[in-house]
Design a protein around this ligand. Sequence first.
Ligand SMILES: Cc1cc2nc3c(=O)[nH]c(=O)nc-3n(C[C@H](O)[C@H](O)[C@H](O)COP(=O)(O)O)c2cc1C
Length: 353
Amino acid sequence: MLDKLPLPIVLAPMASGATTPPLVAAVCEAGGLGSLGCAMHEPEAMDRDVAEIRRLTSRPFAVNLFVLPELETPDPAAVAAVWEILRPIRAKLGLDAGAPPPTKFGQSFAAQFERLVALAPPIASFTFGIITRAQMEALHGAGCFVIGTATSVAEALAWQELGADAVCAQGSEAGGHRGTFLHPYGEAMNGTMALVPQVVDALRIPVLAAGGIMDGRGIVAALALGATAAQLGTVFLRATECGITRTWKDALGRAKDGDTRVSRIYTGRPARGLDTGLRRLLEPYADTLPTYPVQLGLTAEIRAAAAKAGNAEYISAWAGQAVALSREESAAAIMARLVEGMRAAHDRLVMPR
Ligand SMILES: Cc1cc2nc3c(=O)[nH]c(=O)nc-3n(C[C@H](O)[C@H](O)[C@H](O)COP(=O)(O)O)c2cc1C
């Protein structure tokens, strides 16, 4: 499947509304693999977006979910404690500071998974955890090619042992959430350059390289490390077709190297994004905040109101370490630039005799 792609380029699935059907289809039409991030989709929204992708392209595409346990009722004391800290920011942003905290958090993974199997996309990909053997069998029975995310050799081997068809090796440069599921996240922070060759050597299935790859040079480097293709997220965040807010896109446009941090304060799970005032305010409480998706729900209104007001200090702006290499242009132009860059990088390679 992956080795039959015209180009070894995968649009990373990006929840948060980033990977719209037009963006996914544009990457597929340009010869890459587009991925739809469905982690925050209700099953009906998955139906709608997959139908639109199928209308826009006949090429293969991927649908991605976060593997999560069913949510237990969160500890009310922990929720109340965060809510108290957030009240002044809510007031500052014109939100009702006296409002009670939300009571519904996240989507049901079981319901999303059931809809995924029914939709039977050509490729299904996962992060945050690992699916069960029965779920793997259901996906294979539906004809899906399955990709699991790994941030260590042990996680990659776990996916291979389960029967995955490929693994996405996510280096620590990557924007968005860490996919780590077998270790404390700090123990699986290998960079892409270090992680990919070790995963390639350990596996017999294809490996995608993700994290900090922003142009043709990076893609050629990933292929040289043994990856079958490169998975790119941040470079597509400023694409015309990308669904993130104007506030987030503009903040990415101002970003420099060194401007990203990994923190769990926004969602309850470590994720890399641009540093913000919200992170600096909540970081002292980072170890005691509720887990994903409770913390995600508690900060949701603040992040949305700030984005609407053009205030980048209180948004979550996921971005990888090489964000400064991004440009605002159409997905087709980005794809053309990536291919051009691959050719140039290849031509520059001089092998020792
Ligand atoms: C805004 C954003 C959202 C993301 N959402 C997802 C997601 O829903 N599922 C997933 O598997 N990975 C997600 N990722 C991680 C990407 O799959 C990938 O590992 C990362 O983008 C690669 O690093 P780069 O951003 O430096 O290209 C996300 C990344 C970003 C930047």
